[in-house]
Design a protein around this ligand. Structure first.
Ligand SMILES: [Zn+2]
Length: 89
């Protein structure tokens, strides 16, 4: 989500990139509200969140690279995650 106050979308730092088709990459944008982490696949932005510190952005980006929860949420016919497995003992 672009910020209306600052045209920051043109400059960003590439955090990591997966060579897929289309390519998936994590970038850090500089916004007046703080550093923003975005996960992009091709022209689509799958994830966007503003953090308070660069360190938090880097940590989150590595988490997202590992767990890929953003990936399942982006599909049109993806399986919805269960809201908590019930255990009957
Ligand atoms: Zn801004």
């Amino acid at each position: 989500m672009a910020c209306a106050r600052c045209p920051y979308t043109q400059s960003y730092t590439l955090l990591w990139q997966d060579d897929r088709d289309p390519e998936v990459k994590a970038i850090m944008l500089r916004c007046c509200a703080g550093p923003e982490l975005q996960i992009r696949r091709g022209a689509d932005t799958l994830f966007a969140e503003i953090f308070k510190t660069r360190t938090a952005v880097l940590e989150r980006s590595e988490q997202l690279r590992a767990d890929r929860s953003w990936e399942s949420g982006a599909g049109e016919s993806g399986e919805a995650p269960m809201p908590g497995a019930e255990q009957s003992a």
